[in-house]
Design a protein around this ligand. Structure first.
Ligand code: SAH
Ligand code: SF4
Length: 427
């Protein structure tokens, strides 16, 4: 979502005549697209903003802008203005479209801007210019905001309530991406399964997927994120029956303990979640299932953590994003008793180790088999090699050159190394 937002920022700048440069010292404008989901993301953003102060000294005409959800927190605008007075423009999540005007204003009048609107229900903007940077993969927002108020999470406060794009607009953008030659489109939303509920015109995520699967052409569709309380059997059936929708579901469980899930306000139990996993596995046997897991949420005891490890063993995720809970001011969990950091540290280590064993085991299962892979790019730091993903979302590295990039190829896996798969193109 943030990468795609940065593409929109880059699109705005490009339309104003700016071109990408390779180093900060060459830049005429630097825009920081921030995230405040966890404390370390916020610290990193502030560190990066601090690190460019010296550039402004040697090049006073350099424009510095800070956008993204960090600016939308209570008092963040004022804080940025006081601690980083050399920043020229601060825009809230609903003010991004004002970037062009803010730059023009600064250039013409020298006036700095801090524009942060409250998170009411802004209109969905349909006229955004995007400068797509992700090769043959494109991102496509189907909705914005979130209504769920998980007790640890800042997103509903900084991104506002759910707003879905009209289905026709999503389908039009989708078709235009395929016409432009994109081979994979990832649909984005904080909870894609509640897509359309706010439109009151009968649209929902299952219908959207169905319409997308009717579009002609050879392409792949992925989507994120699904909320376990809302991922229904209809969607699972559509994934199972559609050629184009990837057999890959990101289904964040957060914790395996019913006590913790209740405190998190997640609205499902581990039993309900495991039922959904069973339905996925029986309908889509080769489905790559990934998740987000959190340790150290308030009141988490050893037994709760063991429940999380148990879920990891039962589901066998192809990969998992693992996080240590981090206090977000203004959320309900911030007021709950906190788990000592050393306990969380120990738990995250054990959790990662457990998942690594499973990832390795699943990788071994890929050896000797052939998969259709969308070749996406050159392999990092491996001359003469390219890489891409299987339908299930696993990364594969194989010998090849630029002619393969953007094409579907059959690759036979000869070796696996924890999360990495290595293969050869089959003629
Ligand atoms: N809407 C998505 C993901 C949102 S944020 C969903 O509901 O799954 C991505 C992940 O960040 C979350 O799934 C959660 O695991 C993690 N996260 C959110 N708030 C956090 C916090 N305060 N501390 C640590 N991790 C957090
Ligand atoms: Fe945050 Fe929960 Fe919304 Fe995801 S569903 S963005 S975790 S509040």
């Amino acid at each position: 979502m943030n990468i795609h937002e940065s593409e929109k920022i880059a699109g705005t700048l490009q339309a104003m005549g700016y071109v990408e440069c390779q180093s900060e010292s060459d830049a005429d404008i630097i825009v920081f697209n921030t995230c405040c989901i966890r404390d370390n993301a916020e610290k990193r953003a502030l560190g990066n903003i601090g690190a460019v102060k010296h550039l402004k000294k040697t090049k006073p005409e350099l424009i510095l802008a800070v956008v993204g959800c960090m600016t939308q927190q209570d008092g963040a605008g004022l804080n940025l203005r006081q601690k980083y007075p050399y920043v020229d423009i601060v825009l809230g999540t609903n003010n991004l479209s004002e970037l062009q005007n803010a730059i023009k204003n600064l250039k013409n009048t020298g006036k700095k801007s801090v524009l942060i609107d409250p998170n009411e229900r802004p209109e969905v903007k349909e006229d955004e210019i995007k400068y797509r940077t992700s090769g043959c993969n494109a991102w496509l927002n189907i909705m914005y905001g979130c209504n769920n108020f998980c007790t640890y999470c800042i997103v509903p406060y900084v991104r506002g309530r759910e707003r879905s794009r009209k289905m026709q607009n999503v389908l039009d953008e989708f078709k235009s991406l395929i016409d432009m030659g994109y081979k994979e489109v990832t649909l984005l939303g904080q909870n894609v399964n509640s897509y359309g509920h706010d439109l009151n015109d009968g649209s929902d995520f299952a219908k959207l997927l169905q319409e997308i699967s009717k579009i002609n052409g050879k392409f792949r569709v992925r989507f994120m994120t699904s909320h376990p309380k809302d991922l229904n059997r209809e969607v699972i059936d559509i994934i199972a029956s559609s050629q184009n929708i990837c057999n890959n579901i990101h289904l964040p469980i957060q914790s395996g303990s019913n006590k913790i899930l209740k405190l998190m306000n997640r609205h499902y139990t581990r039993e309900y979640y495991l039922d959904t996993i069973d339905a996925i596995k029986s309908k889509i046997p080769d489905c790559g299932i990934t998740t987000d897991l959190m340790v150290g949420f308030p009141y988490e005891e050893d037994g709760d953590f063991e429940d999380t490890l148990d879920i990891v063993r039962k589901v066998k995720y192809s990969s998992a994003f693992t996080f240590v809970y981090s206090i977000r001011k203004g959320t309900k969990a911030a007021l709950m008793p906190q788990v000592p950091p050393e306990v969380s540290k120990e738990r995250i280590k054990r959790l990662i180790a457990e998942q690594n064993v499973i990832t390795k085991e699943l990788s071994t299962g890929y050896e000797g088999k052939t998969f259709e892979v969308l070749c996406e790019d050159f392999a990092p730091k491996k001359a003469g090699y390219v890489c891409g993903r299987t339908d299930s979302g696993r990364l594969v590295t194989f010998k090849g050159n630029e002619n393969l990039i953007g094409n579907f190829v059959n690759v036979k896996i000869y070796k696996s190394q924890s999360a990495s798969l290595f293969g050869d193109v089959e003629e």
